[in-house]
Design a protein around this ligand. Sequence first.
Ligand SMILES: C[S@@+](CC[C@H](N)C(=O)[O-])C[C@H]1O[C@@H](n2cnc3c(N)ncnc32)[C@H](O)[C@@H]1O
Length: 362
Amino acid sequence: MESTNPVSYTPSKKVIKKSTKKSTKKCDDKTENPEISVKTFGGTTDIREFGRTLSGNIINGDCIEELKKLEDNSIDCVITDPPYFIDKLDHKWSSEEIAADKKNSHIRHLPKGMKFDTSQVKKLYDYYLELARILMCKLKPGGYFLSFSSPRLYHAIAMSCEIAGFEIRDMINWVYTQSMPKGMSVAHIIDRMPDLTQDEKRRLIEEYKDFKTPQIKSCFEPICVAMKPIGRLTFIQNELQYKTGLLDFSQKVGENGDRVPANIITTEEWNEVYDKNFLVAKPTKVEKGETNTHITVKPVALMEHLIRLFSKEGALIVDPFLGSGTTAVACQNTKRRCIGIEINEEYYKISMERVNTIKNKQ
Ligand SMILES: C[S@@+](CC[C@H](N)C(=O)[O-])C[C@H]1O[C@@H](n2cnc3c(N)ncnc32)[C@H](O)[C@@H]1O
């Protein structure tokens, strides 16, 4: 179904006014005189033109600024994998700084982002609240705002969406087995304790050999499913007006592709029960692209599944944190229009390359 060509349904003026009154007021506050043009490969373009075609529309810029330029009530769905504000992986995300920073993990060979810092959750909450308030204006009523997150920081994302006015409709867990254990041994700390003799150190190291710092190996990513409220419309009235809100359960999962989607998803073959009920097609080995240097690339099949479930063909999908372009690739494969925003020029170029490769194959 094309969201650009809806079945005509016009609720009474009274109903429309009631259902959009709150968001319109907030939107006016946030969109004062935005500079409409954006930087692209080919020069500058009016961002509002971006959502009108199916081809990859990727902007190299800061999403907070770029999103303000979009028309209110124009987005069907936002699907994004945001920065979690761990270490240097924040709303600036400089790949050079991340690579140059040798101190951002206690142990050098551990991946970036493992340092525990209680200020992360507050920074993420404040930042996400600002973003969610903008998206409350830009999404159509019934439009979904899906955010990947981590078990430790999920509450900041969910709460900021709720406070901005979204309804939290669900949490989907993307489950996987291939992840690094994060708890760290305490042996090297004991070894450096100045008041202990070598014998005492040996004894303590033996006593605590099975104990680790409190980080359980993480085997899932929670996805916050928030929806812009539909006010006084019923779901079917909202659907007929905006083509949003209802979920497309013709999108099936499982190894035989015959099960209804659940709020657990895996992209790995696992065991009989999981594969039968939750499996989304496995990602291919080549799908990242040879030159993709991004450190947190999502599987295309996972993004396609979410896009199919939460939007319709022709819908406008926005990813404010596009990274290496996985959402744009998935939109291209599923015939959705996409606006992707990426602040980092290196990743922006990678995402353009990935989308162009797909387009050339189609
Ligand atoms: C977790 S990654 C997304 C990875 C993506 N899902 C993929 O498959 O490649 C988050 C991305 O957000 C970008 N980013 C961070 N702050 C941003 C901002 N203010 N505006 C736009 N993009 C931003 C980062 O550069 C990073 O590439």
